[in-house]
Ligand binder design. Structure first.
Ligand SMILES: Cc1cc2nc3c(=O)[nH]c(=O)nc-3n(C[C@H](O)[C@H](O)[C@H](O)COP(=O)(O)OP(=O)(O)OC[C@H]3O[C@@H](n4cnc5c(N)ncnc54)[C@H](O)[C@@H]3O)c2cc1C
Length: 639
C-alpha cells in the first residue's frame, strides 16, 4: 500500500493557508510567459481557473466538448452558492461554515482543505459581484441570503433559481476577455481522450475534434482537469446529458488515484421517474425547502388528492423526526427519509414513489407574488414537465442521483498522484466527504479556480521553468494517440446488435438497484457479477453507427459508456470495501436502531484512493488517514 502524502502545511488550522500563500515559491512574470497550461473543462471550475491563470500571465489552452463554455453543466445549478459573509448577523463565521461542511460530510473530508474553502468563500462573492453577477438583493440593496440543508444560518447567495447560469456568465466573461487578448486559446467541441505522461509527469493530452473527427496532440507544462462529476453512471440523474467520466478515468488509468468513488449524492427533491422512456431527471432545487414543507399522508396507500387530506392526517415526517433542522436536514438524511416513507407504503402518486413538497403555508404567509419572486422559474419548470400547478397543489418529488463526492484524489495543492496533473471542481474528491451540503459545489469550483489553483500550481511550475516547450513528437504522444484511435476503431468495427443507449440504461439499473440509496454486501456482490457480464456483452455486441471522421455523437457516447462501465465496477468495489455507513454511502448492515447511518471511525476514518493496475487485476486500495484536530467526531444528529 502506498503512503499518500496530502501535503497539508503545518501550523494551526486557521493559519495554514495564509502561511502557505506567503511562503509558496513564485514564478516571475517573465517566466510565466514561457509556461504552458492546459485546462480541460470550462464550467465554473475550469473557466475560473483558465481565466485566472491567463490573467497571471501563463499561456493557457482550454478545451470543452460543448459548442461554447456557456453550455457547461454548471449552467444548470439552481439554488445558490454559500459564503461565510454573515450578512444576516445570524452567527455565521468561517469556522461555522467549516464545521457545518465537515459534519455535513459525515467526517470523511480533510479539515485543512475544508477550512481553506470556508476562508476563501467570502472572496468569491466579492469577485462575482465585481463581474456583475446579479445576485438577489433585499429591498435596501444589500445582497440577500437563504438557507440550505444541514445549517442553521442563512449563507446562501442566489440569483433566483438560476445561480449557476449567472455565475457561469461571470466566469465566461472573464474567460472571454482572456480569449480576446490571447491569454487563452479556446478549443470548443474538442474531447480529451487521453492524458500523455512523460517520465511520470503530465505533459499533454490527446483530443478529438468532434466536428472534423481529427485527432490532435497538445503539450503543456501542467494539465488541469475540470471535467465535472460522474452522476450519469446511473443513467438517470439530474446531470446534463453530456456529463461524463472519460477524462478523469483516462487519467486514472495513467496513474491518478481515484478517491471514494462510491460516495454519491442522491438529492431528495427531484421530479419522480414517470416511465421507462425517460433519459433525464429534473431537479427541484433544495432552496425550495426554505419555504416548502414535505409530507405524506398518515394513512398508507391513501388515494385522495392532497387538497382533500386534512392537516391532522398529514405526516410532516422531517419536522417530526428532526425538529431542530426540520425540512432543512442534509440531502442524504432527507433522501433516506423519503425512501423510508415510500418503502413503508406511504408514498403518493401513481407509482407510490413520491412525497409532497407543499407551498400552501408559504403562499398564505408571504403571498403568491413573493413565492414567485423567489422560485418562479422552478415553479414554471415543474408545471411544464408535470402539467400540475405547484401554486395550487403540492409538488411531487422523489430522490435522484445528483452529485458525486468521489473523484480524482488530490493533495492540498489540488495535484493528483501524477505530478503536473491537477483536478479541480466536481472532478476531484477534496472537500465534501461522504455528503455535500447544498450550495457548496459552486463555492468549491470557484474557490479552486479563482483562488486556490492560481497559487498552488505555481509551486510546481516554479521547478519547471527550465523545461523547454514539450514536443508532441515524443513517442508517448504516438502511443497515446494510437491507443485513442484504436478504441474508437474497435467500437466502430464491432457491428453488434445492441445500441449504446441500451448498455447505458442497463448499467444505470445495476448501479441504482445495488449501489444507490441503500447498499448491502449481498447486493453488491451480485452487482460485481452483473457488471462484469455487462462489460463483456458491451465489447461483443455494441453497435456504433457512422464514421470516425465526421460528427458522430454515437461514437462519443460509446466511449463514455465504456468508461462508465469500468468506473461502475470500481464504485461497487469501493462500496463493498467500506463496511460502514456514512453520508450518502448507506450500507444497510450498518445503521442505528432508528435507521440512521452508523460510521465506524476506528476502521474507516480514511479516504479510499484506488490505484489502477491493469484491466485484469482488481484495483489496488491505498488509504489516506483522516485526522481531526479541530472537531470532535460524533454521531451526526439533526434532531
Ligand atoms: C440540476 C443541478 C443543480 C445544481 N444546483 C447547484 C446549486 O444550486 N449550488 C451548488 O453549489 N451546486 C449545484 N449543483 C452542482 C454544481 O452545479 C456542479 O457540481 C458544478 O457546476 C460542477 O462544476 P465543474 O466546473 O466542476 O464541472 P462542469 O460544469 O460539469 O463542467 C465540466 C466541463 O468539462 C468539460 N469536459 C468534460 N469532459 C471532457 C472531455 N473529455 N474533454 C473535454 N472537455 C470535457 C465540459 O465540456 C465542461 O466544460 C447542481 C447540479 C445540478 C445537476
Amino acid at each position: 500500500m502506498k503512503i499518500l502524502d496530502n501535503k497539508i502545511p503545518s501550523g494551526p488550522l486557521a493559519q495554514k493557508w495564509e502561511h502557505y500563500k506567503s511562503s509558496v515559491p513564485l514564478v516571475s512574470p517573465a517566466n510565466k510567459r514561457k509556461l504552458d497550461i492546459i485546462v480541460i473543462g470550462t464550467g465554473l471550475a475550469g473557466a475560473s481557473a483558465a481565466s485566472s491563470l491567463a490573467e497571471l500571465g501563463y499561456n493557457v489552452k482550454a478545451f470543452c466538448f460543448q459548442d461554447s463554455p456557456r453550455r457547461a453543466h454548471s449552467i444548470a445549478a439552481q439554488g445558490g452558492i454559500n459564503a461565510a459573509k454573515n450578512y444576516q448577523n445570524d452567527g455565521d463565521s468561517t469556522y461555522r461554515l467549516f464545521y457545518d461542511t465537515i459534519k455535513g460530510g459525515d467526517y470523511r473530508a480533510r479539515e485543512a482543505n475544508v477550512y481553506r474553502l470556508a476562508e476563501v468563500s467570502a472572496n468569491i462573492i466579492d469577485q462575482c459581484v465585481a463581474q456583475g453577477v446579479p445576485f438577489a438583493r433585499e429591498y435596501g440593496g444589500t445582497l440577500d441570503n437563504r438557507s440550505f440543508g444541514g445549517v442553521q444560518v442563512s449563507r446562501t447567495f442566489y440569483a433566483r433559481g438560476q445561480t449557476g447560469q449567472q455565475l457561469l456568465l461571470g466566469a465566461y466573461s472573464a474567460l472571454s476577455r482572456q480569449i480576446a487578448s490571447g491569454g487563452v486559446k479556446m478549443y470548443n467541441r474538442h474531447e480529451m481522450l487521453d492524458i500523455v505522461t512523460i517520465n511520470n509527469k503530465a505533459r499533454g493530452i490527446i483530443v478529438r475534434d468532434l466536428v472534423s473527427g481529427v485527432y490532435e496532440r497538445h503539450s503543456a507544462h501542467a494539465v488541469v482537469l475540470a471535467t465535472g462529476g460522474y452522476g450519469n453512471v446511473f443513467y438517470l440523474s439530474t446531470n446534463a446529458m453530456g456529463s461524463n467520466i472519460t477524462a478523469a478515468w483516462k487519467a486514472h488509468k495513467k496513474g491518478a488515484m481515484f478517491a471514494n468513488p462510491c460516495f454519491t449524492q442522491i438529492h431528495p427533491t427531484c421530479i419522480p421517474v414517470s416511465g421507462e422512456y425517460q433519459s433525464k431527471l429534473t431537479l427541484m432545487s433544495e432552496s425550495l425547502r426554505n419555504d416548502g414543507r414535505i409530507w405524506v399522508p398518515k394513512k398508507s396507500s391513501d388515494q385522495r388528492i392532497p387538497e382533500d387530506i386534512p392537516e391532522d392526517e398529514r405526516d410532516y415526517y422531517l419536522e417530526r423526526k428532526y425538529p431542530s433542522f426540520g425540512n432543512l436536514v442534509p440531502r442524504d438524511v432527507a433522501s433516506r427519509a423519503a425512501k423510508d416513507r415510500c418503502d413503508a407504503g406511504f408514498g403518493v402518486g401513481e407509482t407510490g414513489l413520491a412525497v409532497y413538497l407543499d407551498f400552501k403555508d408559504a403562499i398564505k404567509r408571504l403571498g403568491e407574488d413573493a413565492v414567485r419572486s423567489r422560485y418562479g422559474n422552478l415553479f414554471t419548470m415543474y408545471e411544464k414537465i408535470t402539467g400540475d400547478n405547484p401554486y395550487k397543489s403540492p409538488m411531487r418529488i422523489y430522490p435522484a442521483v445528483h452529485y458525486t463526492m468521489g473523484g480524482l484524489w488530490v493533495d492540498y495543492n489540488l495535484m493528483t498522484t501524477i505530478p503536473g496533473l491537477y483536478a479541480i471542481g466536481e472532478c476531484n474528491f477534496s472537500d465534501h466527504g461522504a455528503n455535500r451540503l447544498g450550495a457548496s459545489a459552486l463555492m468549491q469550483g470557484l474557490a479552486d479556480g479563482y483562488f486556490i489553483l492560481p497559487y498552488t500550481i505555481g509551486k510546481y511550475l516554479a521547478n519547471e521553468i527550465q523545461s523547454e516547450s514539450i514536443s508532441t513528437d515524443h513517442e508517448e504522444f504516438d502511443k497515446a494517440e494510437k491507443h485513442s484511435r484504436d478504441i474508437n476503431q474497435k467500437l466502430l468495427n464491432n457491428k453488434g446488435l445492441k445500441s449504446v443507449e441500451s448498455f447505458h440504461r442497463e448499467l444505470g439499473q445495476i448501479m441504482w438497484n445495488y449501489c444507490g440509496m441503500a447498499r448491502n454486501k449481498e447486493g453488491l456482490l451480485e452487482a460485481v457479477d452483473k457488471i462484469k457480464k455487462l462489460k463483456q456483452d458491451f465489447w461483443e455486441n455494441i453497435c456504433v453507427t457512422g464514421k470516425s471522421n465526421i460528427i458522430n455523437p454515437e461514437l462519443e457516447k460509446a466511449g463514455r459508456v465504456a468508461d462508465f462501465i469500468e468506473l461502475g465496477e470500481l464504485m461497487i468495489y469501493d462500496a463493498l470495501n467500506r463496511e460502514e455507513s456514512c453520508g450518502g454511502h448507506f450500507r444497510e448492515e450498518h445503521q442505528t436502531s432508528d435507521g440512521e447511518a452508523r460510521r465506524d471511525d476506528n476502521n474507516f476514518s480514511f479516504v479510499s484512493a484506488w490505484e489502477y493496475i491493469d484491466k485484469e487485476t482488481k484495483q489496488k486500495l491505498n488509504k489516506e488517514k483522516l485526522t481531526f484536530d479541530e472537531v470532535n467526531l460524533t454521531q451526526r444528529s439533526y434532531k
